[in-house]
Design a protein around this ligand. Structure first.
Ligand code: MLT
Length: 312
């Protein structure tokens, strides 16, 4: 049971391990952030945070699971932009991101990188654009399903180039990266939290970054907008959620541990190495997440509806 403060050791929250649900495969970008964050937060909470990878339907199965979980302070969700794109992508969504959760706070912003398999016959973004236009649906584009940021990035890329690739969905970009490294797919747009080690080891071709400006961790990488895709921008952000009805004391305690992690060098240094930027304090709060989520639902909803991409 959840009793705050004075109830003594047995009733004090948290008194057993907490589950943090990750909507994508283990070893991928969301999982990397979640495990590192969980390790830091458990130091403040004095309880383990167990990472639970629940994959499927571009992250929406995990969100649905948490929306319906017992609101007891022992189940949380970490999710990215997919929480905001899902309502436009899924006509029959079984949960409402704006009303079915308690909000904890945001974590970090992550750039994405456009990658090709190592032996793709196109060097540099200019050649890639030409190659993409000439080969169209002969090119296999990996993603992590409708609702993944890899899907969002790929959708915007195809739209910007006026091409249609063949999409190959995976349970996360960890298996998608394995397929790219093995040459089973040609192209992947993925977050630096997974791609930087592969880029540095030269196991993939890097075409560019999806931010408007170049990034510190990959200073030589051009932006896509430098190479003709004017205004092209996908920035990934992460939020932490609980089922609606979770006791405010538990949300406050989890938020306190979150904010401590965002100052913990064990977490912040790892994020910096992987190109991620800790969000400002104003976004580390429940209100900061809720306001941001609403603005992202509005922003991406319009873009996705215009692109006409959705699941029935
Ligand atoms: C992952 O963790 O696998 C990714 O965040 C999936 C994606 O959104 O592309």
């Amino acid at each position: 049971c959840l009793v705050s403060g004075t109830a003594g050791a047995q009733g004090a929250y948290p008194n057993h391990p907490i589950s943090l649900v990750v909507p994508f495969a283990a070893g991928g970008p969301t999982d990397v952030v979640a495990r590192s964050l969980g390790a830091s937060m458990s130091k403040t909470l004095g309880q383990s945070i167990i990472i639970e990878n629940r994959t499927g339907a571009g992250g929406t199965l995990a969100s649905q699971h948490v929306a319906r979980a017992a609101p007891d302070g022992y189940t949380f969700l970490i999710h990215h932009n997919g929480m905001a794109t899902a309502p436009a992508l899924y006509r029959k969504l079984s949960f409402n991101p704006l009303t079915d959760f308690a909000y904890v706070g945001q974590v970090a912003d992550v750039p994405m990188t456009l990658l090709g398999r190592k032996d793709l016959p196109a060097d540099g973004m200019k050649n890639f654009i030409q190659y993409a236009k000439e080969n169209g649906n002969k090119i296999n584009l990996a993603n992590a399903g409708l609702g993944a940021v890899s899907q969002l990035c790929g959708m915007l890329l195809q739209e910007a180039l006026g091409v249609q690739f063949t999409t190959v969905p995976y349970a996360g970009t960890a298996p998608a990266m394995t397929a790219l490294l093995g040459g089973q797919v040609d192209v992947l747009c993925d977050q630096t939290t997974q791609t930087i080690p592969q880029i540095k080891a030269e196991r993939v071709k890097l075409y560019g970054v999806t931010t408007l400006d170049r990034i510190k961790t990959l200073p030589d990488a051009p932006t896509l907008q430098e190479n003709g895709l004017k205004g092209f921008e996908v920035k990934v952000w992460h939020g932490v959620y609980a089922p609606k009805g979770t006791p405010p004391e538990a949300v406050a305690k989890f938020n306190e541990a979150l904010r401590a992690a965002l100052k913990d060098p064990a977490f912040t240094q790892k994020m910096a190495e992987l190109g991620a930027e800790i969000v400002p304090e104003s976004k580390q709060t429940p209100q900061g997440l809720q306001t941001w989520l609403q603005s992202e639902v509005d922003k991406w909803g319009g873009i996705i509806r215009k692109a006409g991409v959705y699941a029935d």
